[in-house]
Every structure is written in C-alpha cells, then in structure tokens.
Design a protein around this ligand. Structure first.
Ligand code: CP
Length: 307
C-alpha cells in the first residue's frame, strides 16, 4: 500500500505533491463507494477516532463524522462548549484523558494557530487539523482542489483567484500552498486592509480590483468576511464591502468568459457573495461539500496506515 510522507495532517505546507495526488486517487475510490447503495466499507474497523472541536463548525465536523462512519471507525465527539474545559482543564489534559480511552486518531479544530502542531508533539496519536485559527485548514484546501480537478479536469495550469478576507482566512493559506504544489497560478484580491503584508512573498499575484481578478481567473474562491476574528474595523461597513467586493451576477455578466465560483462556507449571502451567483450554474459550492466526505475518508484511511 502507498503511504503518506507524514503521520499527521497538520497543514498543506507539510505535504508533498505526491501526497496530495495519493489523497486524490484514494478519494476517487471513496467517492465511488459513497455513491453506491451500500456506502460503508470496513477499512477502519477497530480504529477509534475522536473529533475534538474547540470552535464552531457545521460542514467540517459533520463531514469528518460521516467519513469516519463510512469507514466503519468508532467515533466519539467532543465539543469544548459543554465540556470540562469550562472548569479550567488544559488542552493536553483534555486530549490525554480522551486518548486514555484507547483512541487512535484525533481530529481537532481550535481557535489558536499551531494548536494541532503543539498537540502532535505531546501526545501519541495521529492528529488531523480541522482548522487552527487563522493558520491552516488542510482538508478544506484538499477538497477545494479536488473539486477544481473534478470540474475542469486538472488543477495544473489553472488560474485561481482567492477573493475577500484573506487576512483572517485559514482556507486562503492552505489553498495557496495546495494549488501551487499542484501547478496552479494563484491571485489574491481584496481591500488592502484584508490582505496580509507578507502575501506577495508566497508567490501569488495581488489585485485590488475584483473585476480584474474575475476577468483573470478560471476559478474564483470567494471567502467569508470573518467578523468574529476582526478586533478593529477593516472597512467602513458591510454595505460598502459588498458594493466594492461582493460577487454578483451583474459582475459575472460583464466578463467575456465563464468562470467557476467556489466558497468554503458558511456564506454571508449579500455580503461577499450574492444568491444569484451562489445558487447559479457557475457555483460548485455544494459539490465542494459533497467532495469533503470522500477527501476526509481518504485522509483518515491513509493516515491510519502511518504509525
Ligand atoms: N468550511 C468550513 O470549515 O465550514 P465549517 O466552519 O462549518 O466547518
């Protein structure tokens, strides 16, 4: 069996292009499985996985849980909001207590960048990063690139514009690493206040005019405005943001080509993306969610083989 080069999935930065291709080929097989009448395989029978979420989630948490169940793993779910973390228990103590119940793998979302890396140095289990603060969200980037490959045949040579709140986005950083490793060209676009100072050092194009970004790209990945992470005002009002950076049908109709629209979710409808685009034939947003299950099955299956 082919193996990943890593025991944990902490970020796309730590994966090779070969790792990503192996995840995609494995996900192709699992996508076939989940489209069958019997959607379950015994691949992870007798493996126990803990989903440990210190931050809210709909898509990622449910997608991991479904992926684990489709692989016949035993699953336990932990949410910090109704746990003994509220009584002052530390991250290491919390996870070590969970692991003492004979858990093999931990899928963790945390608001602190680097939390899964810290955990991987202190506990004995495979760790999967399900999003760490503003740092990385590797399985989101994998399912995004997998969805581009599915829609356009390949990722190599494609032009992808990441539009919006790049500063607070873990999806942006993981997408940049993943798309570049697969040979795509990447542009970021947004107001200057929402693009990190270091961004051009990552080898991406930088554009402030959303019309130019949309005209340049084959795929636009529109990001959520993350108000919950914004301690100061980065733009005057949501209305003004929407006026200058919101993607709507009128903008797409001005282009001289068809482009693919993506969004990691949850969408702020009418802010960064209008319903006339989100629900249109240009959008592959629900395909991204569907592909998330196959990608997460592939990641868990492959990591379980690396001890
Ligand atoms: N895309 C994403 O991470 O969504 P959730 O926050 O709902 O998991």
């Amino acid at each position: 069996m082919q193996q990943l080069s890593t025991k944990h999935l902490l970020g796309i930065k730590g994966l090779t292009a070969e790792d990503i291709q192996l995840i995609f080929e494995t996900a192709d097989n699992f996508k076939d499985v989940i489209n069958r009448p019997i959607k379950k395989v015994p691949s992870l029978r007798d493996i126990t996985i803990a989903n440990v979420f210190f931050e809210n989630s709909t898509r990622t948490r449910l997608s991991f849980e479904l992926a684990e169940k489709r692989l016949s793993a035993d699953v336990i779910n932990f949410s910090s909001s109704n746990s003994s973390v509220k009584k002052g228990e530390t991250l290491i103590d919390t996870v070590n207590n969970i692991l003492s119940m004979k858990v093999d793998m931990v899928v963790m979302r945390h608001s602190s960048p680097g939390a899964p890396h810290f955990l991987s140095q202190n506990i004995n289990a495979n760790i999967v990063n399900a999003g760490d603060g503003t740092h990385e969200h590797p399985t989101q980037a994998l399912l995004d690139a997998f969805s581009i490959r599915e829609k356009l045949g390949d990722v190599a040579g494609k032009k992808v514009a990441i539009i919006g709140d790049v500063l607070h986005s873990r999806v942006a950083l993981s997408n940049i690493f993943c798309l570049q490793k697969l040979g795509a060209e990447v542009m970021v676009c947004g107001p200057v206040t929402l693009l990190p100072m270091y961004i051009s050092s990552l080898g991406v194009k930088v554009e402030y005019d959303v019309k130019k970004a949309l005209q340049w790209c084959d795929v636009a990945n529109v990001l959520r405005i993350q108000l919950e992470r914004q301690q100061i005002k980065y733009f005057p009002s949501l209305r003004e943001y929407s006026l200058y950076y919101g993607v709507d049908k009128k903008l797409l109709d001005q282009l001289d080509k068809e482009i693919v629209i993506m969004h990691p979710g949850p969408i702020n409808r009418g802010v960064e993306l209008n319903s006339d685009v989100a629900d249109s034939e240009h959008s592959i947003i629900l395909n991204q969610v569907e592909n998330g299950v196959a990608i997460r099955m592939a990641v868990l299956y492959l990591l379980a083989g690396v001890k």
